[in-house]
Design a protein around this ligand. Structure first.
Ligand code: PEP
Ligand code: MN
Length: 348
């Protein structure tokens, strides 16, 4: 990976000249920073260094061995904002709550949930149609029919939809129907699938692998970015630990940590992260206090009757109550942020 630092006084023509030279040699380019002194990042291995160094407007060149250059905040310092659907974006101060059942089960179940979560303030509807179940005899999801029901729920409510893709074979036909592809925890290291969604023109919600380190997770994101898809949202959903009192150990420390390492938005899934309905509320609030850009929460009209993950699912009333607390918390955090900015200005 090559980073080309442009001069402060460079013109847009200088930037275009560098990009054009690289692109004619089959290299993809990305211009970072639209103000003064932009940088151009390319997957080049350094062959073009001499020619590039002589071009007008080029201040310097550096080859980076960073394991996840496109995902890194070091190279891309500004908060990434991922456009989800018309008028809806996540990251850079836009907090988004995604909610819905673990799996689509029926028309009435998904429509009732979609209407309920929308009324409570959710901005994206979740619902799995292809379910990665541990046991082959467990409910596997409604497949294509489940996707059709998600599409119907979007039409009824206007909520964009997020759903899991498990196979590269489904990419082509699924892409026009979904608003966000979810890569589940079990597939975080399915490199063919990562490459496939890297070619897609839809945002990708990349869940942290069951046992993935932060480094592995960010390198998985890099696969998608390197494929040309810049709309990646990271999702912490708990990791395996020795303690079975919760389904997983929700690692909230990764929220500020990953946000310091990467510009990508980070959301938290307290349902899979804890596996316990009563822990969703405190962990949702804690995640937002830690700086998460959003949440993804399992909600069902009748959690005890759900075909999967009912034990970590809120009913509509509990979700509505949580959304009210979220609204108070985010308001409080905004006020506090303004106070801090003001205090900093006075100190300077
Ligand atoms: C899900 O969101 O329904 C799911 C299966 O999540 P994860 O991949 O985090 O287990
Ligand atoms: Mn689930």
């Amino acid at each position: 990976m090559l980073v080309i630092q442009m001069e402060e006084q460079c013109s847009s023509l200088d930037v275009a000249r560098v990009c054009d030279l690289l692109e004619r040699r089959g290299r993809e380019t990305k211009v970072v920073g639209d103000g003064k002194a932009p940088r151009i990042v390319t997957a080049g291995n350094g062959e073009e260094r001499e020619i590039l160094a002589g071009l007008p407007g080029v201040a310097g060149l550096a080859a980076t061995k960073h394991p996840f250059p496109l995902a890194s905040r070091e190279i891309f310092p500004n908060d990434g904002v991922v456009d989800i659907a018309s008028g809806l974006a996540i990251g850079g101060g836009n907090m988004v709550v995604m909610a819905g059942p673990c799996a689509v089960e029926s028309r009435s179940q998904i429509l009732e949930t979609a209407r309920g979560v929308k009324a409570a303030g959710a901005k994206v509807l979740r619902g799995g149609a292809f379910k990665p179940r541990t046991n082959p005899y467990s409910f596997q999801g409604l497949g294509n029919e489940g996707i059709a029901l998600m599409v119907e729920a979007r039409e009824a409510t206007g909520l964009p939809i997020v759903t899991e893709i498990m196979s590269t074979e489904d990419l082509e036909w699924l892409e026009p129907h979904v608003d966000i592809f979810q890569i589940g925890s079990r597939n975080m290291m399915n490199f063919s699938l990562l490459k496939a969604v890297g070619r897609a023109d839809k945002p990708v919600l990349l869940k942290r692998g069951l046992m993935a380190t932060v480094d592995e997770w960010l390198q998985a994101a890099e696969y998608i970015l390197a494929g040309g898809n810049s709309r990646v949202i990271l999702c912490e959903r708990g990791i395996r630990s020795f303690d079975k009192s919760t389904r997983n150990t929700l690692d909230l420390s990764v929220v500020p940590l990953v946000k310091s390492l990467s510009h990508l938005p980070v959301i938290v899934d307290p349902s899979h992260g804890t596996g316990r309905r009563e822990l969703i509320r405190p962990m949702s609030l804690a995640a937002l206090a830690a700086g998460a850009d959003g949440l993804i929460i399992e909600v069902h009209p009748e959690p005890d009757a759900a075909l999967s993950d009912g034990f970590q699912t809120l009913d509509l009333a509990a979700f509505d109550d949580l959304m009210q607390s979220i609204s108070s918390l985010t308001q409080m955090m905004k006020t506090d942020e303004e106070r801090r900015k003001c205090a900093l200005k006075i100190a300077m």
